[in-house]
Design a protein around this ligand. Structure first.
Ligand code: CA
Length: 450
């Protein structure tokens, strides 16, 4: 399934919400991502769905009550107005398309005055809302689909044989922990995890606070309609099951992870916290930024169930990504966060559709609201690495933060990591994902004391 470009992608389209027309906004009228919000103050604090437009959020519960929408768009809006987007995700592409096109019509500058007035009453300032998770996440799976990340990390663990034999034949993943997924909104923090590690050269493992705390720059996507147990989703249908994308940070305790993960894979090293950006950007919004899924001629070509002409033509997504760090010294000095990595999602070795096909090929059933991580996104050059363990070569070569001159081998308490994502290109409207943030708080021991 490919979504053709349509009127909602017109780069010349403008909104009567003036902030949506500013060149740098992540949320022009061509984007219209959805999230779950509640008012930060006041009595009306219940969670409900919302769409982003410029520096405003459109309250879909309020919009639903206006009666301005009809037919499938009204049903979709009512579903999206709930305190979680699971029911909306389950409706599928026709409903997502109907709501997007109706929101576009209501918000574009050609909308009649009486419509503008009624919709304007449903708008809230973005800084007046707090975010909840977009959906009740029943299951979270994290893939490992960047060959550059796999090679960078593989060289640290097994320099002679950095790429496992399966990597080029199937999208590898582990089943993650859904309960510790949080929205990476401003102010969110988590405590440095405690655990067991085997220091280099030691004769016995030690218990203590993680000494090698890392981030992982990833994309995530929410499953739309699910599949019945035992009924795989064919590759050609896989994108119809992807409700939208977010930024994802798979925080990782490398010392705990590298000690525990043989032979069963990550456990405590990755289950203490995962953060996602609040706004879910649809595949329809991303349609202008599709790129070919490319395999080098010398690489194994995907087996037939992971290969089709549509994926080869436009299975990839050109999403620009960067990672910034904001330390106590930045905040004290009024210094902008330091950019430490920048890359594009287009370099991934496997596409989201291939991840869906692989996840279900054995019969596993996906459910609406399941969260799928793509794995760390690292590009081909050193400055494109999506984890500090890669940037610092396993801690041996600490990076210097531009702006403050501080050095980091791994994350320190008080460090805020900020992921950003956006798409831009000639003749296309720039759209963005916003940010995914989290600050590292000091460890809490078993007795509860810091
Ligand atoms: Ca990961």
């Amino acid at each position: 399934m490919t979504i053709p470009l349509n009127a909602t992608h017109d780069p010349a389209a403008r909104s009567w919400v003036e902030s949506a027309n500013q060149a740098a906004t992540d949320f022009p009228i061509q984007n219209l991502p959805l999230a779950i919000v509640r008012r930060a103050e006041g009595h009306d604090g219940h969670a409900r769905g919302a769409a982003a437009i410029g520096d405003r959020v459109l309250d879909l519960a309020a919009l639903s009550a206006t009666g301005l929408l009809h037919g499938p768009a009204a049903s979709a809006c009512a579903a999206a107005a709930q305190p979680a987007l699971n029911d909306y995700f389950a409706l599928g592409p026709a409903a997502w398309h109907a709501l997007r096109h109706n929101l576009f019509a209501l918000l574009r500058d050609e909308a009649p005055e009486h419509v503008r007035q009624r919709v304007a009453e449903c708008l809230l300032p973005m800084d007046a809302v707090l975010h909840e998770l977009p959906a009740r996440i029943g299951n979270y799976t994290d893939f490992y689909t960047s060959i550059h990340h796999a090679l960078n990390v593989g060289r640290l663990i097994a320099p002679q044989n950095p790429l496992t034999p399966n990597f080029q034949w199937l999208p590898i993943a582990y089943h993650g922990r859904a309960s510790s997924v949080r929205v990476g909104a401003p102010g969110f923090g988590f405590h440095r995890p405690m655990g067991q590690a085997m220091p280099p050269g030691a004769e016995a493992p030690v218990y203590g606070a993680c000494a090698r705390l890392d981030f992982e720059l990833e994309m995530g996507f929410f499953v739309g309609g699910g599949n019945a147990l035992g009924r795989p989703i064919p590759l050609a249908e896989a994108e119809a099951h992807i409700a939208g994308l977010v930024l994802l940070n798979d925080w990782s305790a490398r010392d705990h992870q590298f000690w525990e993960m043989a032979p069963l894979g990550p456990f405590l090293g990755k289950n203490f916290c995962t953060t996602i950006s609040p706004w879910v950007v649809s595949l329809e919004a991303l349609a202008p930024y599709r790129v070919p899924f490319v395999r080098d001629a010398g690489d194994p070509q995907p087996l037939a169930y992971l290969d089709d002409p549509g994926q080869r033509a436009h299975g990839g997504l050109d999403i620009q990504l960067d990672v910034r760090i904001d330390t106590a010294r930045h905040r004290e000095g009024g210094i902008d966060p330091s950019t430490i990595a920048r890359t594009s999602f287009r370099h991934q070795y496997w596409t989201p559709a291939q991840m869906v096909a692989q996840h279900t090929v054995g019969g596993c059933n996906l459910e609406p609201g399941d969260l799928i991580g793509t794995g760390t996104v690292s590009g081909p050059t050193p400055g494109e690495a999506g984890a500090i363990v890669e940037l610092s070569l396993g801690g041996r070569a600490p990076i210097t933060l531009p702006g403050t001159g501080e050095q980091r081998a791994f994350l320190e308490d008080g460090d805020t990591v900020i992921l950003r994502g956006w798409c831009e290109g000639a003749g296309r409207a720039r759209i963005g994902f916003g940010e995914c943030r989290g600050v590292v708080l000091s460890a809490i021991g078993p007795g509860g004391a810091d």
